[in-house]
Design a protein around this ligand. Structure first.
Ligand SMILES: [Zn+2]
Length: 432
């Protein structure tokens, strides 16, 4: 079928994109974006406190912290993930940071423990080396996922899976140093006031995982502790915490300015590896006559697997990169996840399909025959219907390159068709 020749890849890897945007943003002087994330909210109250609950304390401190920056830094844009008591999914918080090209992401939380005597602040950064005692915190802060509608988005991520952690570490290593820097400044400030600090820790939090910026998760203290819980519920406690966050920010920002915004570039000598020109690597993990949903167990928990149907076979691709080192890491990871026969496929960027061949997006299969522009199509126009046996298959768009097909796919998915896939056509018929 020669599909691997036909196929190619669209986007640079997530890594390249995120690093790239980080550098660009950093180079712009007098333009620093901080995203302040008040943890929890709405139906998700977070931890229960002795006086006040987590979602209310975090919002109050977040607003105070932001106001201090707004008042003192004209060159800093402050963006809040929420300014009121509303529920926000974790990925949405990360999306806000990424969309605004945040230079720093600060997620504010409160701790709680069954042992009422536990107290002290702690600040987390995304990290590889996890300490066992942190797992409880991670479980609690991530437990909001159970309240969210889109379980699928997260279920592939297992914080207990060391390898999954390593894969995500690739994305975050460039920002780890800066994240630790701000985290340390915060804990220094917290302990300055005579209150207890448990220090900087590394952990896995979903809210941090998707962020393409230096990111920290601050636990202001234990609201399950009678003393600390009371303190954090007072005007004084909240103001002091906000001022500590602000003082730490001031120092962080000063250093950022001194380096003239070149922090990201200077601290990443690792990025000397040159991307391979004109090629994108993907890992082919599976070929099957069956179509699996993104969350299917047959994909062994791998995320963002791409599916291309050609003839009666479905090909499953994992990852995409134009870095040789990352290619090898992706392959090793796929093998470790149980795809013993996984191999690297080279996609020629923007290669066009030959002859009349084209890509279309299959987004619906039904025994029902829908009319053009049926409400079922979620606004998709010029839908092609092909009947096979008793089933009607519905297709959207037609493109010559795999890159464009992925754009169409993303569009179709955004209309609610999560399980849509790319199919190779010959003219107006699926490739035999
Ligand atoms: Zn929390």
């Amino acid at each position: 079928m020669g599909l691997t020749r036909i196929c190619k890849q669209i986007f640079f890897s997530v890594l390249i994109l995120t690093l790239g945007s980080g550098i660009l943003t950093a180079q712009k002087k007098a333009n620093f974006v901080i995203v302040i994330d008040a943890g929890h909210g709405g139906k998700d109250i977070g931890a229960r406190g002795v006086v006040e609950n987590e979602k209310d304390i975090t919002l109050d401190v977040a607003l105070r912290f932001g106001q201090l920056i707004e008042k003192n830094f004209k060159d800093v844009q402050v963006i809040y993930t929420r300014k009121t008591d509303v529920f926000l999914e974790l990925w949405e918080r990360a999306r806000i940071a990424n969309k605004n090209h945040a230079n720093l992401f600060v997620s504010i939380h409160c701790n709680s423990a069954a042992n009422k005597s536990a107290y002290g602040s702690e600040t987390f950064v995304m990290g590889l080396r996890r300490m066992e005692e942190n797992m409880e915190v991670s479980k609690r802060e991530n437990s909001v996922i159970l309240l969210e509608d889109d379980q699928e988005r997260y279920q592939k991520f297992d914080p207990n899976d060391e390898e999954a952690v390593i894969a995500f570490e690739i994305m975050h290593s460039a920002y780890l140093d800066q994240s630790i820097k701000y985290a340390s400044l915060v804990e220094n400030e917290f302990s300055r006031g005579g209150r207890s600090s448990r220090g900087v820790k590394q952990n896995i939090f979903h809210v941090l995982r998707e962020n393409a910026s230096p990111s920290v998760l601050v636990e202001l203290g234990f609201i399950s502790n009678p003393d600390e819980g009371t303190y954090l519920s007072t005007e004084k406690g909240k103001q002091e915490r906000a001022e500590s966050l602000f003082q730490a920010f001031k120092k962080y920002k000063q250093e950022y300015d001194e380096k003239d915004g070149r922090i990201v570039m200077e601290e990443k000598p690792k990025e000397v590896e040159k991307p391979v020109a004109g090629l994108t690597y993907k890992i082919q993990i599976l070929v099957s006559k069956n179509k699996y949903a993104p969350s299917a167990k047959q994909l062994n928990g791998l995320t963002d697997v791409e599916v291309v149907q050609a003839g009666d076979l479905y090909k499953y691709y994992y990852g995409n990169t134009n870095l040789a080192s990352e290619r090898d890491q992706l392959l090793n990871y796929a093998i470790k996840k149980g795809f013993k026969d996984a191999f690297v496929v080279e996609f020629v960027n923007n290669e066009k399909l030959i002859g009349n061949q084209n890509y279309r997006i299959q987004f619906l299969a039904s025994d029902k025959k829908y009319r053009d522009r049926d409400g079922k199509f979620g606004g998709l126009k010029d839908v092609l219907r092909i009947k096979k046996g008793k089933t009607n298959f519905y297709y959207y768009g037609t493109t010559k390159t795999y890159e464009d097909a992925q754009k169409e796919l993303n569009y179709v998915k955004s209309r609610g068709f999560r399980n849509a896939i790319v199919v190779v056509f010959d003219g107006k018929k699926p490739l035999e």
